[in-house]
Design a protein around this ligand. Structure first.
Ligand code: NAD
Length: 285
């Protein structure tokens, strides 16, 4: 594999733990059930749903898709979530995005019970990251942390550059890593517009990119020996690529995640782990 980080291997380890935990929960009479809420039709989310169902069923988690007509209003959707919050047979809830225009996404996300919020989008769960005690955190952010941990790199005092500042990747990743005493810079569209992106990227001992623009980061910008984690997913012709110019970047990086096969499979495995964590907490209630 050379300097490639194999996300599948990391994912398999997580899934093995997940399987053990599920066996033990089942032995205690607890069955796991994940409900995915999808509002309206969306081809992109249909692909995710199919994948989630397959992965859950393989792990022994019941997966149910609730499809809700696109015309629903925020208040009516809130009461549907409330029903799932109160249903003891439901141990995890996923809200498929995007939601139709007009629905208050943040209000819906905050209505998911924090113990059932397996995607870590409720402000209470995001707040635990600020406190340095992440629990049900966003899956991709946890996947990035897991990948860094798997490399054995000591984050203390390292220059980390996070490109992208979304609520589910960039911001939580930065918080997770700053708590390990890395020096973390968060770059975004404003950094690019100011012409400063290259300068920041060149400094990075650990570079994480989550933007969604193919080849945004030329390989020549990568510091020799840096660890590069590419979260981006972009379709270019019939190929899926990341945000980093892979062929040139891998010549400079000490370790690099491929796309596909890097962050993606780890994120999928972390979702299963979050479903297990949620069920373990509910068991204690
Ligand atoms: P988002 O669209 O919410 O945010 C994009 C970020 O990129 C913003 O911070 C924006 O300011 C920044 N940005 C946009 N143009 C830029 C530029 N020219 N220079 C610098 N920064 C720029 O993104 P997201 O939801 O975090 O997703 C980012 C990418 O990661 C997407 O490709 C998405 O498909 C992918 N993703 C992958 C996984 C996975 O499991 N592998 C999970 C989630 C997201």
């Amino acid at each position: 594999m050379g300097n490639l980080i194999d996300g599948e291997i990391i994912a398999e380890k997580i899934k093995a733990e997940v399987n053990r935990d599920i066996t033990s929960l089942n032995a205690d009479g607890i069955n796991l059930k994940l409900v995915a809420v999808q509002v309206g039709e969306n081809p992109a989310s249909a692909v995710y749903v199919k994948q989630q169902k397959k992965n859950c069923e393989k792990a022994g988690i019941t997966y149910e898709l609730k499809t809700i007509p696109a015309e629903i209003e925020t208040v009516a959707l809130l009461s549907k979530i409330e029903k799932l919050n109160n249903d003891r047979s439901v141990t995890g809830i996923i809200l498929q995005l995007p939601l139709p225009e007009g629905i208050d996404v943040k209000r819906i996300q905050s209505s998911i019970h924090p113990f059932k919020d397996v995607e870590g989008v409720n402000p209470a769960n995001l707040g635990w990251i600020v406190y340095g005690k992440p629990s049900l955190a966003p899956c991709t952010a946890l996947a990035v942390k897991e990948i860094i941990d798997s490399t054995g790199v000591d984050l203390y005092g390292k220059e980390v550059v996070m490109v992208g500042h979304s609520d589910i990747v960039g911001k939580p990743v930065a918080l997770l890593l700053v708590d390990k005493f890395a020096t973390v810079s968060i770059c975004h569209i404003g950094t690019s517009k100011a012409g400063m992106l290259e300068e920041h990227v060149r400094r990075a001992d650990i570079l994480i990119v989550a933007v969604g623009k193919a080849n945004l980061i030329p390989g020549g910008w990568i510091k020799q020996g840096a660890v590069v984690i590419d979260v981006g997913i972009n379709r270019v012709g019939d190929k899926i690529v990341g945000d980093v110019e892979f062929e040139t970047a891998k010549e400079k990086a000490s370790l690099i995640t491929p796309v596909p096969g890097g962050v993606g499979p780890v994120t999928t495995a972390i979702l299963l782990r979050n479903v297990v964590k949620a069920a373990q907490w509910l068991k204690k209630q």
